[in-house]
Design a protein around this ligand. Structure first.
Ligand code: ADP
Length: 403
């Protein structure tokens, strides 16, 4: 039997989405597996947020399907019944995920605990469970000592942790995060990554968008790289690097440094694996796709020669470097594809006018959201008042239950 860890949680099936006459997604398919930490990478504007909004059924693709597995049906072997459209089963989907978007969801004038109680009360979970969840989440995000502090009085890092806790209060099986560490320094970012590792270790699938590819490489099990409406790469960091045929570099400094003689004494087979060399002062850089074998051959040749090793180092490309390279390659390919797709683009341009208006509205509201925590001050205050009433109700009911 297939392990439940390997089953699809989300299946993105042939989706296309056009904004402003441009394909943000052009027939894109891939899956996100149960239990994994899945990273979504791509340069700004490539559709990462749009993808997250599609997963939570907030944005509809123009074409294609987005399916999710009801986590009650994890043991089902029949994907045709276990995978359901996010757009048709919105209420079940809503219970299944927690979402922390780029702008915070918590209310600044409520305390940490009040925020948790309020967000939990939106999911109709029993008060007892809600309070128990809140207590264990406070421990997890290390905000227990601050539970009675107003959210607005906390530091940026604490606020991010509160936002994550609010997204987890109903015990969702998947946590979706859009840039959870933007504007945070490396130490505060690390604290977030640590929390996410713990959340994942408890069985929660995590889907995460972040521009910080370097840090994501050590957090995510798998990635999708999006570019120009397409999936440029999909898999583990190792698979992506291998597929991109990214060269590794061997740096050698030996004395007296007769590198030409050294390279000439390598076998023809090994020499064919060397894709280039570069001499900088006394340091020889060797590019290869097969670093282990080339490195071993160099070491053996050095042993036999009169060369003395001063320094030898193997440098592997980070996912970050591969990403930059993938973007460059994709840009070239896209220019050719764009010509082929001319007729599609013409159809798309008919939608341009409407979409441009929408984009203006979207940009305007995004700006407004960022500025005012999504809503105008009066709306936030009004909602905060309502939230306070709900929190009070939960507190009173709980006191009643305890007596
Ligand atoms: P990313 O998150 O990768 O930065 P987005 O998903 O926010 O990218 O946006 C992808 C593209 O789609 C951008 O060009 C953006 O302007 C456009 N876009 C996103 N939402 C809308 C919308 N509601 N209306 C029109 N265009 C949009």
């Amino acid at each position: 039997m297939v392990s439940s860890q390997k089953k699809d949680l989300f299946k993105i099936d042939g989706i296309s989405k056009i904004y402003n006459g441009r394909y943000v997604f052009n027939n894109v398919s891939f899956s996100i597996k149960l239990g994994e930490i899945f990273g979504v990478i791509g340069k700004s504007g490539c559709g990462k947020t749009t993808l997250l909004n599609m997963l939570i059924a907030d944005t509809k693709p123009d074409k294609g399907k987005i399916l999710f597995r009801d986590t009650k049906l994890v043991d089902s072997v029949d994907d045709s019944t276990a995978l359901r459209s996010v757009f048709k089963e919105k209420s079940d989907l809503k219970k299944m995920y927690g979402f922390a978007s780029q702008s915070p969801s918590f209310y600044p004038n409520l305390t940490v605990m009040e925020n948790l109680i309020y967000f939990g009360s939106l999911y109709g979970i029993s008060k007892k469970v809600l309070l128990a969840n809140a207590e264990s989440l406070l421990e997890l995000v290390e905000l227990h000592a601050s539970k009675n502090i107003l959210a607005k009085e906390m530091s940026g890092g604490m606020q991010r942790r509160l936002d994550i806790a609010c997204a987890l209060i109903h015990g969702p099986s998947v946590l979706i995060l859009d840039e959870p560490t933007s504007d945070l320094d490396p130490i505060l970012s690390n604290a977030i990554w640590e929390i996410l590792r713990k959340v994942n270790a408890k069985g929660t699938t995590i889907i995460i968008v972040s521009h910080n590819i370097f840090e994501l490489e050590y957090l995510c099990h798998r990635f999708v790289v999006l570019s120009e409406g397409k999936v440029t790469a999909l898999g583990t960091a190792k698979q992506i690097k291998e597929k991109a045929c990214f060269e590794e570099q061997i740096y050698l400094h030996s004395e007296p440094g007769k590198y030409t003689a050294l390279l000439n004494s390598l076998s023809l087979d090994i020499r064919s694996k060397i894709k280039g060399t570069n001499l900088k002062g006394k340091l020889l850089m060797i590019k290869t796709l097969d670093a282990p074998n080339v490195l071993m051959a160099i070491m053996e040749t050095l042993k036999k020669s009169r060369e003395k090793i001063v320094e030898i180092e193997l440098s592997k490309p980070s996912l970050d470097t591969v990403f930059v390279d993938l973007q460059k390659n994709e840009k070239g390919k896209i220019t050719a594809v764009a010509k082929e797709n001319d007729s599609n683009v013409k159809i798309a341009q008919k939608k341009k006018k409407v979409d441009r208006k929408k984009a203006k509205r979207a940009a305007k509201s995004k700006k407004k959201r960022k500025k005012n925590n999504k809503k105008s001050k009066s709306v936030v205050e009004e909602e905060e008042e309502e939230a306070k009433v709900q929190v009070e109700e939960v507190k009173i009911e709980n006191e009643g239950e305890e007596q």
